[in-house]
Write a protein that binds this ligand. Structure first.
Ligand code: ADP
Ligand code: ASP
Ligand code: MG
Length: 428
């Protein structure tokens, strides 16, 4: 008898029929003798619709900033609907089930409304429910703060609820059911030749998720890494005997089996970046230090930093930031420039996309940059900025070229090669 934590995303519980399909799967697991904790998202686009309602009554799009507590009260309602409906559907199948809000399940968070972080999971109530012979259905994406207020974990946060519960309960399996077959080499809706990744490390998946692969919430994967919890991502739309294949989907694990000798594991991208070029600054460590400290104090997160010599012994600083932060960044940069005595010539470029090439296979391997640049040059896409970590290369390109860049890089790094063809056979 195993303890399973299964999370079902919005599309997977999007209609009464999908809820019934989930109930069938859960009931099957119970009949096999497994204990099951289910984490649910809100149905379909419920969360987006609730946000639209808030915008309609407040007459603007700043409700998250203006009314964070009430937004959490509102958005947490979405998951309450799906949890109760699923509990009823499971009970209709003769299997005991009980729904619990994040607060009842003792998902304790900090006090940051709309972007709370889990500080503790007191899993006793969930454990009691399961030990009492019921399926525990927990509302994802929500918790209760140390100040006893209802909080939510940020968009896509139900994955994090699931992994946090799996870790707290020391579950045997943590399964994230979604609307695609697993984690792909690139978003399959944007790059049709993307293929499924059978196994991926937590570190690579964190990088993919932070870079825009929304199939997993980055913080969920990070938690899995810290507690050594393997996570399987798989489709809730596969039924019948095939659905019980223990190897389907993608396994996120510490030491994945490398199926092929590929440099990259996957590519992810996200929009909404901008770069700021500051010229004629005084040389020396004080310039970047003062700039970065002031930006940090103003709450601006800086993604990439490049320093280069400029004319007359001065230096040039290029910073990339979220486009939403650009105005604030410009204001802070102008103040720091004035204080440092220099600069004044500021250039900006918005509408950029960030493309991350992710793969532990690239570490120490020569020619990865060369391949990326050659591929993008052939595709007619210009690189605006670049940075690197031990398992990724990040390129900023103009958003108009994002799709072309994704497709070209995906093919250029052989990610669309079918998984079942071993590299040697393909070569011969
Ligand atoms: P859920 O509602 O189940 O949480 P999400 O919409 O949050 O589902 O995530 C699933 C979606 O993530 C897919 O429909 C897919 O379009 C998108 N996606 C982006 N990048 C990837 C990727 N690399 N692999 C799989 N899906 C991806
Ligand atoms: N319902 C929330 C959202 O749409 C949380 C989730 O689905 O994970 O972001
Ligand atoms: Mg999701």
């Amino acid at each position: 008898m195993a303890l399973l934590v299964q999370k079902y995303g919005g599309t997977s519980v999007g209609t009464p029929e999908r809820i019934q399909a989930v109930a069938d799967r859960v009931a099957r697991a119970r009949r096999r003798g497994d204990d099951v904790v289910v984490v649910v998202s809100a149905m379909g686009h419920t969360t987006d619709e609730l946000i639209e309602l808030a915008e309609a009554v407040t007459g603007g799009d700043t409700c998250t900033a203006d009314h964070p507590r009430e937004m959490d009260m509102l958005l947490s309602a979405g998951e309450r609907i799906s949890m109760a409906l699923l509990a009823m559907a499971i009970r209709e199948r003769g299997v005991e089930a009980r729904s619990l809000t994040g607060s009842q399940a003792a998902i304790i968070t900090d006090e940051s409304h709309t972007a709370a972080r889990i500080v503790e999971v007191r899993a006793d109530r969930v454990r009691e429910t399961v030990d009492g012979g019921s399926v525990a259905i927990v509302a994802g994406f929500q918790g209760v703060s140390t100040a006893r207020e209802i909080t939510t974990l940020g968009r896509g946060g139900s994955d994090t609820t699931a992994v946090a519960l799996a870790c707290a309960l020391q579950a045997d399996r943590c399964e994230i059911y979604t609307d695609v077959d697993g984690v792909f080499t690139c978003d399959p809706r944007r790059v049709p030749t993307a293929r499924i990744i059978p196994q991926i490390s937590h570190a690579e998946m964190v990088e993919m998720a932070q870079s825009g692969a929304q199939v997993m919430h980055a913080r969920a994967v990070d938690l899995g890494a810290r507690y050594g919890m393997d996570i399987r991502v798989l489709s809730s739309f596969v039924d019948g005997p095939e659905s019980d294949d223990p190897n389907r989907g993608t396994l996120i694990t510490e030491h994945p089996m490398a199926m092929e000798d590929l440099v990259l594991t996957g590519i992810a991208s996200s929009r909404g970046y901008a770069k700021l070029i500051l010229r004629g600054l005084p040389p020396g460590m004080r310039t970047p230090t003062d700039m970065l400290v002031a930006l940090a104090d103003a709450g601006v997160s800086v993604d990439m930093v490049t320093e280069a010599p400029d004319a007359d012994g001065r230096v040039l600083l290029q910073l990339t930031v979220r486009e939403d932060d650009l105005d604030r960044a410009k204001q802070v940069a102008a103040e720091v420039e004035a204080a440092l005595g220099g600069g004044g010539a500021m250039e900006e470029r918005g509408g950029l996309s960030r493309i991350a090439l992710v793969g532990s296979g690239m570490s120490g391997r020569p020619g990865v940059y060369a391949q990326a640049y050659r591929t993008l040059m052939d595709a007619g896409v210009e690189v605006e900025a670049v940075s690197t970590s031990s398992i990724s290369i990040t390129l900023l390109v103009h958003a108009d070229g994002e799709d072309a860049a994704l497709r070209a890089l995906h093919a250029g790094f052989s990610l669309d090669r079918p998984a079942e063809v071993p590299a040697v056979a393909a070569a011969g």
